[in-house]
Ligand binder design. Structure first.
Ligand code: AMP
Ligand code: MG
Length: 473
């Protein structure tokens, strides 16, 4: 093997060995690197030329971890649709290690679809091309829209044919995040190693995500861990506010799909709605609407309650004081979310978030169910607003909004469901043209010349009513 121009850290693997099973990827019969995100490779300090080489591809398959990486499958638990599952973990994923990015941030390089691990339970450990491309394009679009998210470095096809009802191509996503520490990671540390392991995990998460708190680790106090929890709450509120303003429905907000960093993770049954509705849900398995649009802040609050349960002994000198601190922090989450959502709508309208018109706007959205993307652009483009927003548009204009700032936060191009489905169907058949066209538009979402007019428009009448998304596992 040629010398790789880098080496990854194995911090998680060495600091939390109880939560990291050494593992490597599964051999692929005919691997091909079908997409490489060169900008992201540069940010990570990885040479795109080397990644494209034969050794680079072996590395991206998780096949030659030593001495480049000490790849591991991470252990975690999770509440799935409210049911606690103690032993989930990376059943088809691997953490290759952490890269020192050129911006100074340490980032995980992680594979999805890399084969069976000790956490696979009955499943095959594999992923298929359609869902992998879906995660690639939506995560990169979210990043371009300024939403905290995992990112996508590469897609490889394995050359393997996989049974998922029909026979489909096997694929691997190379995913990047500031860490893959989940609420479910704390649930696991709590049951597997008690408060001692949870403290180690909390300390590691603090170092990774909240450097402003890290110096207090030398002499940790209950206040430190309360601040840690409060910082996590703020991240969640900020992220869910951005989803709200964009009309994004995540679809499967289990505690194992909620990252401590606040980055959005696991783009399975997610969708951008084109008719703004409180009860929007698209996932084929979300029968009771647990994860519908309006529930997202509530559910994240529920997930945060599951997180704080695992930290209780750290939060105060006595159980009573710890409980009080946890309740106090958690009790503010609703207000944090509402304030963050106001802030987002304020920005979207180029106005002070405290103005009453911000409330009116939210009320109108739910009353008239518009496509929020075209609605917001109609305001700055001086085109006719959708039905029900005529008098709103008039009042809005009279308030002297900052339209220049608006055009930098309100996208023209988002990964609309019908466009994504069409692009993926073509790509799975071997034709990537539409996928690349859509990718170019949604990763440059504020630039009117980044895509064709067709890519701006909502789907035709009836599409969204029937639209259903699948986990794609
Ligand atoms: P997800 O729905 O992708 O968030 O995954 C939930 C859990 O199921 C995680 O523990 C995954 O590792 C596991 N899982 C999902 N698909 C597979 C698969 N094809 N093989 C093994 N484990 C899987
Ligand atoms: Mg998951």
């Amino acid at each position: 093997m040629s010398t790789a121009p880098f080496k990854l850290d194995a911090q998680f693997a060495s600091e939390l060995p109880e939560m990291a099973a050494p593992w490597h990827g599964e051999d692929a019969p005919d691997p091909e690197l079908v997409i490489l995100n060169e900008d992201l490779a540069h940010l990570l300090g990885l040479d795109p030329g080397w990644l494209r080489s034969e050794d680079g591809i072996q590395f991206l398959l998780g096949l030659n971890p030593e001495p480049l990486t000490k790849s591991v499958a991470q252990a975690y638990s999770g509440h799935q649709f409210g049911q606690f599952v103690p032993s989930l973990g990376d059943g088809r994923a691997l953490l290759l290690g952490e890269a020192h990015s050129t911006d100074g941030v340490l980032r995980d390089i992680h594979l999805k679809g890399a084969g069976r691990t000790q956490f696979s339970r009955g499943a095959d450990g594999r992923a298929t091309l359609g869902p992998i491309l879906r995660e690639y394009i939506i995560s990169e679009a979210m990043h371009a829209l300024g939403v905290p998210t995992t990112r996508s470095l590469a897609v490889l096809t394995t050359g393997r044919k996989i049974q998922r009802g029909t026979v489909v191509p096997g694929a691997i996503l190379v995913r990047v995040a500031t860490s893959h520490i989940r609420v479910g990671s704390f649930q696991y540390s709590n049951i597997a190693g008690g408060i001692e392991l949870s403290t180690q995990l909390a300390n590691y998460a603090i170092t990774r995500h909240f450097p402003e708190l890290a110096q207090s680790l030398e002499n940790p106090t209950p206040e430190l861990y309360v601040s840690f929890f409060r910082s996590v709450l703020k991240r969640q509120a900020s992220t869910v506010a951005k989803w709200t303003r964009l009309g994004f429905v995540h679809g499967v907000l289990n505690t194992d799909n909620t990252l401590i960093s606040g980055e959005t993770i696991d783009y399975g049954p997610c969708a951008f709605m084109e008719r703004f509705r409180k009860d929007a849900k698209f996932s084929s398995i979300d029968n009771h609407g647990r994860y519908k649009f309006e529930n997202q802040p509530l559910i994240l609050g529920w997930n945060m309650a599951r997180l704080v349960e695992t930290l209780l002994p750290l939060l105060g000198p006595t159980p009573d004081e710890a409980m009080t601190a946890a309740h106090e922090a958690l009790g503010e989450f609703d207000d944090l979310c509402s304030a963050a959502i106001r802030q987002e709508f304020g920005q979207a309208l180029g106005l002070d978030p405290d103005l009453e018109i911000i409330d009116d706007f939210q009320e109108l959205l739910y009353r008239h169910n518009p496509d929020i993307t075209t609605l917001l652009r109609s305001l700055t483009d001086n085109t006719a607003p959708p039905a029900g927003f005529e008098s709103f548009a008039h009042t809005w204009k009279s308030l002297n909004p900052d339209t220049e700032a608006m055009s930098k936060v309100n996208p023209i191009f988002i990964p609309r469901n019908h466009l994504v489905e069409d692009a993926l169907a073509n790509a799975v058949d071997g034709d990537f043209e539409k996928f690349h066209e859509l990718l170019a538009a949604v990763t440059d979402p504020f630039n009117p010349t980044a895509g064709s007019n067709e890519l701006r428009l909502p789907s035709t009448e009836g599409f969204e009513e029937d639209y259903m998304t699948f986990c794609g596992t």
